[in-house]
Design a protein around this ligand. Structure first.
Ligand code: URA
Length: 214
């Protein structure tokens, strides 16, 4: 039995609106269009919560009536999605963070070894100064997120956060062991992994359900 209370960097975003959407997201009868809608809503709610302590600086704003002090992100904000399912979390972050830069890391899971195989990496040049959010709806074995985080650190990222929707305790533990400095945000923690590395009860393959490639 994995004791997640020993992982101080784990944040489970427990919110009624996320819970009710999550039930719809998981349901086997949800169509790809509905799945995209629910994932987008949960993604926006997550984006709101995971940016709660984003550092800001002041800027001068001229309203139609007078000049006042407003706020903007203190550093560049970079959102990096792990292809393919991570793409579903790009649009929600784009909506809430119009200032953000976006990167993509392509890691395909070898279904036999469960190890990630890298096939694509395109990252914004601001990475080393940025607050970086690595997004992937599913934290299963942890292998893809660990590999993507290692790539981001190798490219200079240091202020990293991992944002997932559904996580397995095994993946959380493994990720934390590999990258104890990176906070993990997840909407739910499920029971575990099955023999194929799928999260149970989970929601199936997030990429297939999002793009309708089942
Ligand atoms: N990736 C998915 O999309 N679903 C799982 O359950 C595990 C990994």
């Amino acid at each position: 039995m994995i004791d997640l209370s020993q992982i101080p960097n784990l944040h489970v975003i427990d919110h009624p609106l996320i819970k009710t959407r999550m039930a719809k997201l998981r349901a086997v009868g949800t169509t790809p269009g509905e799945f995209r809608d629910h994932l987008g809503t949960i993604g926006r709610l997550m984006a709101y919560r995971v940016t709660e302590d984003l550092p800001l600086t002041e800027l001068e704003v001229e309203t139609p009536l007078e000049v006042m002090t407003g706020h903007q992100p203190a550093r560049p904000v970079v959102v990096v999605s792990i292809l393919r399912a991570g793409l579903g979390m790009v649009e929600p972050f784009q909506q809430l963070l119009p200032e953000a830069y976006f990167g993509h890391i392509g890691l395909a899971r070898n279904e036999e070894t469960l190890q990630p195989e890298s096939y694509y990496c395109k990252l914004p040049p601001t990475l080393s100064e940025a607050d970086v959010f690595l997004v992937d709806p599913m934290l299963a074995t942890g292998n893809s997120s660990i590999e993507a985080t290692s790539q981001l650190k190798a490219e200079g990222a240091s202020r990293l956060r991992l944002v997932c929707l559904v996580s397995a305790p095994e993946g959380i533990q493994k990720y934390h062991e590999a990258h104890p400095d990176v906070p993990i945000y997840t909407a739910v923690v499920d029971r575990g992994l099955n023999e194929k590395g799928y999260i149970v009860p989970g929601l199936g393959d997030a990429g297939d359900r999002y793009f309708g490639t089942l």
